[in-house]
Design a protein around this ligand. Sequence first.
Ligand code: ZN
Length: 283
Amino acid sequence: MLNSGRFLLHCIQILAIPGAIAAPPLFDSHIHYNADDAALLNPTQVIEHLKRNGIRRALVTSTPFEVVLKLYDQAPDRIIPILGIYRDDQDKRSWYQDKSLPARIEARLNKGVWRGIGELHLFAKHRHSPVFLQIVRLALQRRLPLLIHGDPAVIDSVYDIDPGQTVIWSHAGTYPYPDLIADYLQRYPALYVDLSVRDHRIAPNGKLEDNWFELFLRFPDRFMTGVDTYSPERWRKFDMVVASIRNWLNQLPDDVAMQIRYNNAARLFSIKTRSAGTRPISK
Ligand SMILES: [Zn+2]
């Protein structure tokens, strides 16, 4: 049933292509603009990458935290600043032991434009870190989403504290298996899943895999996509990555694709979506 349904959908989409519809807008849920990226690309060049690829909005974080503000100043309507918690690469490995970190985060949140906290990298064995748990409580108090790149047990630890905390689970977690993700989405209604860097898994050789297709249809309102510029090198591949994301999104029913590529993130960050599905890419 599923395969014949998908085949039909595919045929309809192929027939629809000659209409030359402008590529619909994307909401990127995972961009880094770190100090080493900033050495390579100035804010104007980064915004150009987003515009060229139809990325109307993006969640952007940086190491150190203040770099993203240069981008935000340039394009406050397009950039949604997420408070990065690392000063440098070393922090990425040891932050959960840094007892002074929660106070630093709190001081920055007091000043700011911040719409979320992250990305936090954490293994299951460190999930009881008091520093981590304090940061979860800070996010809760401020009603800010947490972007977490971590094991499933880390997600459990957040929801042990409060089932209402919004978490965006980077890269569909460290074990990106559709069955496991379905269990977590079922269990935790405030959990969202960012699919960045998982494109080859979701659509091996460009074809959307059946288990992922079914997962997206079952939870159409819980997924987001992103490029994840995890290194300066990744910016060189930016257009190619966006093309591969668009390729598998195009294999979904239109309403599901629209939610994943834009509306879910827009809803979470209280951005109007009235015309997000149909308006051509704004330059
Ligand atoms: Zn990342």
